[in-house]
Design a protein around this ligand. Structure first.
Ligand code: ADP
Ligand code: MG
Ligand code: MG
Length: 886
């Protein structure tokens, strides 16, 4: 015998466990012990520890001494209840319930009424003077035992019940009389024998042993294993087994069973919320066999019990300092509690409960901050599909940008804009999107693409715009010629309605009801508390005054990335931009740029105004120039069409000229091609124009009394000489404008660190750069050598096979990309200690990456406007998590 203890008693003032022992007793067992310690009425019982389970699994045998301990605890339980296992005059009945340290679907279900056999059922009938109740309990036991312990399909038994009801012409289980129950018991036993080849076990100890084995074994069933693997739960935890004296909710109309929440789990409202059934046992409420009654009607039917229940649940909530989800049973007017745990809740409820509990002095602000998952903020801020609506699922893809949208399907950006101008709600459906689709995306309610990952153009732009987007939905096939797409046997024509859910990555046919949440007072409060704690600044990625204004409302403290290329796509600009690109000499190019400059200046004026007093990082032009030209294939089509329709030679020449330029600019690998500062070096006049626009706008607003803080950012630098070269253009241009206007703007000039070489030589680069911003999209792309537009073809498999845990474009790869960042930070600060460092990739809004950014010592993160509140919360949590670990 070992001296290890495997079994812990609870109830009847002899409780050995507590809530602190979840690891050993499982969640259910620990909370039963805790309730007993609190003096809450809990039927007594005992818990077999998770350690016993682990040893049983390991040795394929019970640990030494476990059964002796169980026998002793059975003795105790018999004394405490005054009943005995197998005693025909006064039988002890128990439930056998599994309970792991972490609540886990896929584990063994509960067996109720264990202890009944052909003798004890008679005793139970006599003692309770309720024969129907005794046989009802027995037939329940046989069915649960068969199902849970031996895996016999419950439909075998349910069919027999249905047959009986049909025979008697009744609809409810409660209408089955004693005779019917007795007959069912016989039939159930026959089914058991038929299925197993043995008689239903009459020996109580055998019933118990088989049930305990079944709980232990369920720890390693496929469903449970798969669940643990997916949720990264250790196989070493094991499950506990609770053996507990039965209390009976099926003893007539003064008995019942129910579940309740201490607050409304959907809204967080302070109201006792729940359901119950009279004359019913355990699972009947959840199983949906009968429609339960709202808990309010218990107040009328059994006012004393209701009052007691209300008191107990309030006491539990005060004790656990969190909303509880409880199970109770009433046996002939006496209330028993059977379970309590922290309640699952919607995002809205999580927020409200956390804030309310601070106001009720139940928890402190820090606890409240930790209670809300950053992803839950997403859910409270975006329209959602009404969970009540029943729509057919068409397909699933990546949940690329949260929120839901409903609209008519449109396959081109142009058409999208046309329809939107007619006030139609539309969903833009594309194979993939490109910068040319921006207008259409803007006009659409939501975007759906067949190809592309979490950082594909569609995903990034949609998130930036706060539009719902489902990407990489390869279950649908677009047929542009027929103007339709097909999925799962459905054909959806242009103009037909679909609904997309960008939070779940789902597409439905038809119009879903949408529910639109507002930024609630509670969210505001919670975020202010987060601001008191966090140390990272939170900026936004914004290219338009609208986005900048929105981000300010969400609490952004500046812009971390203002991309200038989107400004080139306006209807009035794109012809001039093309003129600039196709100019074959410097003079023509400068002429075109001169036309663009006032437009750019207007852009900056508007954005600066929206961000008065906050820093604004403006990235000079980054993408390869051919992105501003039409697609090669489209031009070929156009020429063909013009020729066949007899278009003028002048027109045909024009298109041909475009074609020549497009093909001259075409690159095999544009991501690694002629872009970023490489453009600024080959065509300095482009950056010159942009800097002029920036500084002129800044001067104008400064003279109006505004505080403009521009930070000019040079993209795709890999070598300090590139930076020096471009910086000279920037400085000279800025100086000359400031001199001309006689205004001094304290602007900064810095660079993105988005290439491995830049990170590795950051000490040299920092000599010329006044700030760094990690462009983690490109840095991920170049560190892995994954093209982000093509990685969608293999990334899902990589994740499925466990080669990668996450999409590195969505969750920062700390081991690789993160390591390069650390090198960049260290080296950068070694030559410029006060250098300002931020992150502006998509990762800036991801909670895990935010935590990494905080720990790596960044000054700020920057993310799309809708993610600003998430980043505020996540960066507060990063501080609190660090405090906890210290
Ligand atoms: P689950 O984890 O699936 O909720 P439980 O072990 O909590 O499983 O039990 C299932 C049902 O059986 C619950 O409604 C519970 O209240 C009821 N139940 C469990 N043990 C007892 C008992 N000793 N007496 C009466 N009802 C019980
Ligand atoms: Mg339960
Ligand atoms: Mg980049």
């Amino acid at each position: 015998m070992t001296d290890k203890k495997f079994v812990y008693f609870f109830g009847d003032n002899q409780t050995e466990g507590s809530n602190k022992m979840k690891h050993l007793l499982g969640g259910k067992g620990a909370n039963l012990a805790e309730m007993a310690n609190l003096g809450v009425p809990v039927p007594p019982g005992f818990t077999i520890s998770t350690e016993a389970c682990v040893l049983y699994m390991k040795n394929n045998d019970y640990p030494d001494g476990m059964w002796e301990e169980i026998d002793k605890n059975i003795d105790k339980l018999e004394k405490s209840t005054g009943k005995r296992f197998g005693d025909p005059d006064n039988p002890l009945l128990t439930s056998v319930r599994s309970g792991a340290p972490i609540s886990m679907p896929g584990m063994m279900d509960t067996v109720l009424n264990l202890g009944l056999n052909d003798d004890t059922v008679k005793g139970l009938a006599k003692k309770t003077d309720n024969e129907r109740f005794a046989y009802d309990s027995y037939r329940r036991f046989i069915m649960m035992f068969s199902d849970v312990v031996l895996g016999i399909d419950t439909s075998e038994f349910e069919n027999l019940i249905q047959q009986k009801k049909d025979e008697l012409g009744v609809t409810e289980d409660t209408e089955l009389d004693t005779e019917a129950m007795k007959e069912l018991v016989d039939k159930f036993k026959a089914t058991y024998k038929d299925k197993t080849g043995s008689d239903f076990p009459q020996e109580i100890k055998q019933q118990l042993q088989m049930s305990i084995n079944a709980v232990f074994n369920s720890w390693n069933n496929d469903r449970a294993k798969k669940y643990r693997q997916l949720n990264k739960i250790s196989d070493e935890l094991g499950t506990a087994v609770n053996v507990q004296a039965m209390v009976f909710g099926n003893m007539g109309e003064t008995s019942g069973t129910g579940v309740a929440f201490t607050r409304n789990p959907a809204t967080g409202e302070q109201e006792f919320y729940g359901e119950y059934l009279t004359n019913a046992q355990g699972e009947d409420v959840v199983a949906g066999i009968r429609t339960p009654k709202p808990i309010k009607s218990l107040k009328e039917n059994m006012p004393d019990v209701y009052r007691q229940l209300d008191d107990i649940t309030q006491k539990l909530e005060q004790h656990y300092k969190d909303m509880q989800d409880i199970e109770f049973t009433i046996e002939m007017g006496t209330l028993y509690m059977l379970q309590t745990r922290n309640a699952k809740r919607t995002a809205a409820a999580a927020l409200k409960v956390a804030v309310d509990m601070v106001n009720e002095n139940l928890i402190d602000k820090k606890t409240a901050i930790m209670r809300l998952k950053p992803s839950q903020i997403d859910q409270v801020l975006h329209p959602m599909i009404d969970p009540e609506s029943e729509l057919d699922l068409l397909s699933t893809g990546l949940a690329a940008s949260p929120g839901a949208a409903v609209g008519k399907v449109v396959f081109s950006a142009e058409h999208a804009e046309e329809m939107a101008n007619k006030n139609e709600d539309i969903i833009l459906v594309r194979t993939e999107t490109s910068p040319e689709d921006i207008g259409g995306m803007h006009a659409a309610r939501g975007v759906l693409t067949v190809r592309g990952g979490m950082t594909s153009h569609a995903a990034v732009v949609a998130r930036g715009m706060g539009k719902p987007c489902v990407c990489g939905c390869d279950g649908i096939t677009i047929d542009m010629k027929k103007g339709q797409f097909t999925a799962k046997g459905y054909t959806v024509k242009e103009g037909e309605c679909i609904s997309i859910d960008g939070s779940e990555g789902k597409i439905y046919i038809g119009e879903a009801e949408l529910k639109i949440p507002t930024v609630s007072e509670e969210l505001e409060t919670m975020l202010q508390w987060a601001d008191e704690v966090r140390k990272l600044k939170v900026r936004t990625n914004a290219d338009t005054p609208e986005d900048a204004t929105l981000a300010r409302e969400f609490g952004a403290e500046g812009i971390g990335l203002c991309r200038t290329e989107h400004m080139f796509f306006g209807d009035d600009r794109i012809p001039v931009v093309r003129e600039m690109i196709m100019a074959d000499n410097k003079e023509d190019r400068e002429n075109a740029l001169q036309k663009l400059q006032p437009m750019q200046k207007d852009d900056f004026l508007a954005i600066f105004r929206a961000m008065d007093g906050y820093p604004i990082t403006i990235r000079l032009l980054d993408p390869p120039l051919h992105e501003f030209l039409p697609k090669y294939e489209e031009l070929i089509e156009k020429v063909k069409k013009l020729e066949s329709e007899g278009g003028s030679q002048e027109e045909i020449d024009k298109v041909n000229n475009l074609l020549r330029n497009v093909s001259a600019l075409t690159e095999t690998n544009p991501m690694l091609g002629h872009r970023g500062c490489r453009l600024g070096i080959t065509y300095p006049e482009i950056y010159e124009m942009q800097v002029k626009a920036i500084i002129e706008a800044a001067c104008e607003l400064t003279s109006e009394g505004m505080n403009v803080i521009p930070e000019i950012m040079i993209p795709l630098v890999s070598n300090e000489k590139e930076l020096d070269f471009v910086k000279k253009t920037v400085t000279q241009t800025a100086e000359s404008i400031m001199k001309e206007k006689c205004i001094d703007i304290s602007y900064l000039c810095g660079t993105m660190i988005e290439l491995p070489r830049a990170a590795l030589t950051a000490d040299r680069i920092a000599k010329g750069a006044e700030f760094f911003s990690f462009g983690t999209n490109d840095l991920t792309q170049t560190t892995f050598g994954f093209s982000r537009d093509d990685a969608g073809k293999f990334l899902p498999l990589y994740i499925d096979k466990g080669i990668l845990n996450n999409d590195p474009f969505a969750v920062l790869d700390q081991e690789g990309v993160g390591e390069l960042m650390k090198i960049g930070i260290d080296k950068g600060r070694s030559s410029r200690p006060d250098i300002k460092i931020g992150i502006c990739g998509e990762h800036g809004g991801d909670p895990e990456s935010i935590r990494f950014s905080y720990e790596a010592g960044l000054n700020y993160v920057s993310c799309s406007p809708y993610r600003v509140p998430i980043a505020r919360l996540a960066s507060a949590q990063a501080v609190l998590q660090e405090e906890e670990e210290d």
